[in-house]
Design a protein around this ligand. Structure first.
Ligand code: ZN
Length: 205
């Protein structure tokens, strides 16, 4: 009896491997997104050794907070949680598109070709500036069920993953902006302090 119950529970668990939540914005999102100047953004996320319900609940709370802020990507350090988990949804207007949960990501390889693209960040609202990054990446990670996955990403997905992995290492996109005059201006106009920008490490994953 207990065995079959356990089996049933396992089957149910496997079936709900999607962690989709409503994409409707909430007046009171579950998690607060910290902004530039807050030290938590400079903390690195720790490896997640076990992907369990608490991690899936965290992913759901992160998604609801991300949708409420109209963002397409969010990393745990942005909500003050030092764990290597990212949520991404490039299609936030479409309820049918499932989000992507990326746990313990590792970039296996990056393309030699690079691309300039205007980035923004929920932790630096109002600031949109050009950043140069590799065009495409090859990535290994675990999904929300703890399953090992590999992914080739290009375009916006590649850009978004690289931006979010930076967050897991305490790096922000403004650290990577080359045009320092534009950067200073944009930060000032949006009430941020240029002193909170850092020099990024040469190599981050
Ligand atoms: Zn960001």
């Amino acid at each position: 009896m207990s065995r079959s119950f356990a089996q049933l529970a396992r089957t149910a668990e496997n079936q709900k491997s999607s962690i989709a939540v409503s994409k409707e914005p909430l007046n009171k999102p579950p998690l607060e997104i910290y902004t530039l100047g807050n030290e938590v953004l400079r903390q690195s996320g720790h490896h997640i050794s076990k992907v369990d319900c608490s991690i899936r609940d965290l992913a759901k709370d992160m998604l609801r907070s991300m949708y409420s802020a109209k963002g397409i990507g969010l990393a745990a350090p942005q909500v003050g949680i030092e764990k290597r988990i990212i949520v991404i949804d490039l299609d936030i207007e479409n309820p049918a598109t499932p989000p992507v949960v990326i746990i313990n990501p590792k970039i296996i390889s990056s393309s030699a070709s690079i691309e300039t693209y205007e980035e923004g960040c929920l932790s630096i609202p109002g600031v949109y500036l050009d950043v140069i990054r590799p065009s495409s990446i090859k990535l290994s990670f675990r999904d929300e069920m703890g399953r090992p996955k590999k992914m080739n990403a290009d375009g916006l997905m590649s850009r978004c993953i690289q931006h979010e992995i930076d967050h897991l290492n305490g790096v922000l996109f403004v650290d990577r902006v080359n045009d320092k005059n534009e950067l200073k201006k944009a930060l000032q106009e949006n009430g941020f302090n240029a002193k909170d920008v850092q020099t990024p490490p040469v190599n981050t994953e």
